[in-house]
Write a protein that binds this ligand. Structure first.
Ligand SMILES: Cc1cc2nc3c(=O)[nH]c(=O)nc-3n(C[C@H](O)[C@H](O)[C@H](O)COP(=O)(O)OP(=O)(O)OC[C@H]3O[C@@H](n4cnc5c(N)ncnc54)[C@H](O)[C@@H]3O)c2cc1C
Length: 304
């Protein structure tokens, strides 16, 4: 069993940035990723708000570039294994197949899309209900779909779907969107996206596939059925931190609490990216925090 200097759990932008800094610092590093490199970035098509890339970049290219940059370092191993448990006192992480040891840990496990928790959502998952427009959107060419949510992700994905769906209805429970101004301006100019504000979904209905959603206007309380083939849900995120519950300080939603150096309540354990409580959940902050987490861990390891 190799004992690493650093184990990074999760290979989204936060984990990949920490891995880059670990590689350059010369630490023997293990990155453990349960799915594919890139995390939630690969759920969208194009990234337009990453500095220094004036025309934007395909998310797959951004992640490929990050991977190539990290693969230069032969002191960084990347393994595709799901971390199931940790014992920070014994300095071990356990995957479904193995366990690994290290002097310090960086948690970069990110988050997943929150569920709406309405009738029909579970039943029609994969049969019209989706949390990923880039994965499933092309199946709805020339069809009518509904997008739920009011933030950047919801508006971005509604715009993406508008390119091939005949009609997109964007349903938001409040009277205005939270999304950035530039996205809202694009929304106004996109004729096949209809905005339905002050409305919530009560039920998703269908037979083998989604056929309609039942919505309620929260002001008038009027009910309305909307025919659609797909429902794309972007109503916020929840952290992938279940396996850390009781081991590390978190807020009531499971987001890890850190200080400004990304230090958690456990010695030698740092957290970065969307799994921690913060105000801006984006690639730029995830990357910056990955760098800070590794720098803080480096400070800790050098003092030991
Ligand atoms: C549709 C959509 C559009 C977006 N558009 C933009 C945009 O235009 N610009 C922008 O800046 N941001 C955008 N974002 C947000 C951005 O994707 C996230 O803020 C960013 O990916 C967070 O990075 P992260 O590394 O913290 O987490 P994640 O990207 O979530 O990565 C976490 C990684 O950890 C892995 N993991 C989780 N648990 C375990 C475990 N137990 N063991 C091993 N591995 C594990 C996951 O598989 C994942 O690969 C968008 C998000 C979505 C969903």
């Amino acid at each position: 069993m190799v004992r690493y200097d650093v184990i990074i759990i999760g290979a989204g932008p936060a984990g990949l940035s920490a891995a880059l800094y670990a590689g350059r610092a010369g630490f023997n590093t293990l990155v453990l990723e349960r799915m594919v490199l890139g995390g939630r970035v690969i759920l969208t098509e194009k990234i337009e708000n990453y500095p220094g890339i004036d025309k934007g970049i395909l998310s797959t290219d951004l992640i490929k570039n990050m991977e190539v940059q990290i693969r230069q370092f032969d002191n960084v191993d990347i393994l595709f294994e799901d971390v199931k448990a940790v014992d920070f006192n014994l300095k071990k992480v356990f995957t479904e197949k193995n366990y690994y040891e290290a002097e310090g840990f960086i948690i970069a496990v990110g988050a997943k899309e929150k569920r709406l928790n309405v009738k029909g959502e579970k039943e029609f998952l994969g049969k019209g209900v989706s949390y990923c427009a880039i994965c499933d959107g092309p199946l709805y060419k020339n069809k009518e779909v509904v997008v739920v949510g009011g933030g950047d992700s919801a508006v971005e994905e509604a715009l993406y779907l508008s390119r091939f769906c005949s009609k997109v209805r964007l349903i938001h429970r409040r009277d205005k969107f939270r999304a950035s101004r530039i996205l809202q301006e694009r929304l106004q100019k996109t004729s096949n996206v209809e905005q339905i504000l002050n409305s919530i979904i009560l039920e998703i209905k269908g037979d083998k596939q989604v056929k309609e959603v039942l919505i309620k206007d929260v002001i008038s309380e009027d009910l309305q059925s909307i025919q659609c083939s797909g429902v794309f849900i972007y109503v916020g995120i929840e952290p992938n931190t279940d396996f850390l519950k009781g081991l590390i300080n978190m807020d009531e939603y499971g987001f890890i609490l850190t200080d400004e150096n990304m230090a958690t309540s456990c010695e030698a354990v740092f957290a970065c990216g969307d799994c921690r409580r913060k105000s801006l959940y984006q690639i730029i902050t995830a990357c910056a925090e990955g760098a800070i987490a590794l720098n803080s861990l480096q400070g800790y390891l050098l003092k030991k």
